[in-house]
Design a protein around this ligand. Structure first.
Ligand SMILES: Nc1ncnc2c1ncn2[C@@H]1O[C@H](COP(=O)(O)O)[C@@H](OP(=O)(O)O)[C@H]1O
Ligand SMILES: [Mg+2]
Length: 277
């Protein structure tokens, strides 16, 4: 298998950005097509766009890094992970893609062991992209057929004493998440879909995102790495970082909190397991 020893994580992240840019253009081109959706076993929708973007990303990853396993949303059950593997959500926020809010993203993370080492989250319809290798950076997505990014460092902000900005899922809420948020002094709640929630915290535009309902590893790995490299953290119950590659759990995450200011961790009280959908 292809090894990554000695490869610079920031250069890997830049290559991932090119792949996400191409996948994002494909998705934008399919936005106005009549969306024929199918409801999966977990109750979430999938479309031809999810499948087309996933197929493209897997092909490009295999060209760049032959033989590295790719665990992707639509085909995860057929893949065996290794020391290194990719986690891919080709279209995170499929519901938003269908409803036209533009709040969907392309998420790709390279995992080494059980933690991410390089990642991209692109939000094609919002025109923004975030990457992280060792440092987190953000750029506008190039227009037309352009390929030039304008990378700037992404950095979290210190949490204000009061009036925190919390991001909450537009489509999935649960009582445990509300209970956890109620102990923080939240001033503004902003509904946002997909991995954009991690990235807005990484860019210092929000403070906290708590999720106790079900999510999958490909929903969180890339955003987790970007936020962590921007100075924040993503923690599970007890304050431990999330770990990835849990095939035995069907790649399901437990509850987690994504925070910009790591001092917020002591104020959180997450339940031990994820709540029902
Ligand atoms: N019952 C369930 N089981 C597993 N994952 C679920 C789920 N309900 C929602 N999700 C996850 O939540 C993601 C959407 O989160 P949000 O509402 O914050 O955008 C979905 O991503 P996809 O749209 O990629 O399927 C899906 O993976
Ligand atoms: Mg997703």
């Amino acid at each position: 298998m292809m090894r990554f020893d000695g490869q610079n994580p920031d250069e890997i992240a830049q290559k991932l950005a090119q792949i996400a840019l191409e996948a994002g253009r494909l998705l934008r081109g399919m936005e106005s097509a009549l969306v024929d959706k199918r409801i999966k076993d977990d109750g979430t929708p999938t479309t031809a766009a999810d499948l087309a973007a996933e197929e493209l990303i897997i092909r490009r990853l295999d060209e760049a890094w032959p033989g590295v396993p790719v665990v992707a949303e639509e085909t995860s059950s057929t893949v065996q992970t290794d020391d290194y593997f990719f986690l891919v959500d080709p279209l995170d926020g499929t519901g938003d893609f269908i409803h036209g809010t533009g709040e969907y993203s392309v998420n790709i993370a390279l995992i080494q062991g059980n933690r991410p080492m390089a990642a991209v989250v692109a939000a094609p319809a919002m025109g923004s992209i975030w990457i992280a290798g060792e440092r987190a950076r953000v750029s506008a997505l190039p227009d037309g057929q352009g390929t030039d990014f304008n990378w700037q460092d992404a950095k979290v902000r210190p949490a204000p004493e009061q009036d925190l900005v919390a991001l909450v899922s537009r489509r999935h809420g649960d009582i445990a998440t509300e209970a956890c948020l109620s102990v923080l002094s939240i001033g503004t709640r902003r509904m946002t879909s997909s991995a954009l929630k991690f990235c807005l915290i990484a860019s210092g535009e929000a403070d906290v995102y708590v999720r106790c309902g079900p999510t999958m590893e490909w929903d969180t790995a890339a955003g987790d790495h970007i936020l962590t490299c921007a100075g924040g953290s993503v923690v599970g119950p007890g304050g431990a970082p999330l770990t990835y590659g849990h095939e035995e759990k069907g790649y399901r995450n437990g509850p987690f909190a994504a925070i910009g200011d790591t001092a917020l961790a002591t104020r959180l009280d997450l339940p031990v397991s994820a709540s029902a959908a």
